[in-house]
Design a protein around this ligand. Sequence first.
Ligand code: HEM
Length: 448
Amino acid sequence: MGTTAPVRELPSSPRGLPLIGRSLEYARDPVALFRKQWETYGPVSPMSLVGKDQWVMLLGPEACEVALRNADKAFANGPAWTYLVGPFFGRGLMFLDFEEHHLHRRIMQQAFTRDRLESYTAAMHPAITAGLATWAPGPGFRAYWALKQLTLDIATRTFMGGAEHTTAEEMARVNRSFIACVQAAAAIVRHDVPFTRWHRGMRGRRHLEEFLRGYLPSRRAAATDDLFSVLCHIESEDGERFSDDDVVNHMVFLMMAAHDTSTITLSTMMQLLGQHPDWQQRCRAEAEELASRLDGAPGLADLESLGSIDLVMRESLRLRAPVPVVLRRTVKDTVVLGTRVPADTYVTVGLQFSHLMEEYWREPEVFDPERFSPERREDRSHRYAWAPFGGGVHKCLGMYFAGAEVTALMYHLLLDFEWSVDPAYVAPMNNHSLPFPKDGQPVDLRRR
Ligand code: HEM
């Protein structure tokens, strides 16, 4: 007969400041907080974050795996993410759980087949070349803000089919509405009180809904290649379709999910390639070689052949995960690596920390894209050692879309520009919500 190890109870945590708990510490330096939690408690640690509820932090690939694989269905997404950003992105796929999530994901998967990705990719190139043509290079060029505008333009083209009735000024307002929604995640006042982040987020959400509802009739009427139209027309194998509300909710979430994450990936890549000219040249040589063989813009398979850009992208996602943590809430008592986590606990799954653990990576702080090469594959040290896209049933549905977008944009950037960044530069990050460089990521940019 085997013996069962005793289940440990969670130690009580220092509470931090009332209401905001350790949130400020997180905002200042998430990795330092992860490390402190890890060194004090190990993989399952008590936390106090926003509000008065009990939070638990899971660190290291093994603990993250338990929540992401969710074998005993103890971890739910909806009640956790809703708490943080529900009024702004609620009813998006990431907020749904269990049966309902399964049903919506099955329908939405039809919008991310390889054929669809091929046509989204084709639509990206004109948006990229038009956007890059407007860049005014020079020393201290704020790459992050320029990339943010560009990824929004790409999303408008590939998601909305160009938003044909919308002026540039109105699109800038749409962009501001997204920013307001994302920034509201870090609000301390979590009610619709004037002049607060929450209030701006609510106003942003209403504006986005209006904007999308205005386009619903035309997208329902004719099937075109953009994601909005696809969501209006797709069916699961059993014939289930999305309602108008579903389409709007999924669109708002998808635009958010696609926009900020790709922007931060690209700006990290620009920083690192600016600091490592050898890698920049290596990536450019591949892009030039591909361009010399092609008549027009690269398709999906062409982009996938750009191996060095892929290595740099993986390394950038490792060093600066666009989604450093994902959230869950337990819907029943459960046990994680021998520690009891009671029902109704908010859980922070610290994906970013696994990317920086010496147990799994050689010199984890160093930029070394070759660690992902077939000869080394350090990411294979554990299934969840590298998990920028999460894992389990909620694993990012836009992972291949993101790969195509980032590679397509990098391809054009490398062909059109050269840039450099001081090797000693450290990006001052704002971590209140999804991370971004507060200084707009200056690079010295030259047109080639
Ligand atoms: C580098 C870019 C991206 C990163 C790092 C990223 C990361 C993530 C992560 C970590 C999750 C899991 C959330 C959770 O477990 O609670 C997720 C979910 C999701 N992402 Fe992404 N994402 C990226 C780009 C995109 C793009 C471009 C799209 C759409 C075009 C997208 C659509 C989604 C969707 C729909 C989900 C929810 C999946 C589900 O709950 O079933 N993402 N993403």
